[in-house]
Design a protein around this ligand. Structure first.
Ligand SMILES: [Zn+2]
Length: 136
């Protein structure tokens, strides 16, 4: 539970707050617009609609959904080299979006490992380790 709360704070903080920090660091004169452009890269998540099921909590979207593949990442890198600060902000937003989703996948795997460790170290399930699992 606590781990999930922390994971969600990291995930949504990275998606919605860090872009404004980047905007402030890299495009100070236009930091608000740069932040909004980077947050708007959430639109690449529309590619989830092509998947079946659309949402699967056990699936890592990075490398699975079309706009979250290495090919998309290469396109975002190319976009970065266009001579427009707005396109650079969008490129940084898309790449950071992939990074953020990757961190979420990593934390999801850490959670599974912790749960596996709790189960394998504690023998048959008891109410005590069931309680520990619920707290994760
Ligand atoms: Zn995503």
């Amino acid at each position: 539970m606590l781990f999930e709360i922390l994971r969600n704070i990291v995930h949504y903080g990275f998606h919605f707050l860090v872009p404004f920090l980047f905007g402030y660091l890299f495009w100070r004169k236009n930091w608000k617009l740069a932040g909004l452009l980077m947050v708007s890269t959430m639109v690449i998540d529309l590619d989830h609609l092509l998947a079946d099921p659309i949402f699967d909590p056990d699936r890592c979207g990075v490398g699975f959904h079309p706009m979250h593949t290495i090919w998309a990442a290469i396109a975002y890198v190319v976009l970065f080299f266009f001579p427009s600060w707005k396109l650079k902000a969008i490129a940084v937003g898309c790449l950071f979006h992939l990074f953020t989703d990757s961190v979420d996948c990593y934390l999801g795997n850490v959670k599974k490992e912790i749960q596996g460790t709790v189960l394998s170290c504690s023998g048959p399930p008891t109410s005590a380790n069931t309680e520990i699992l619920q707290q994760l």
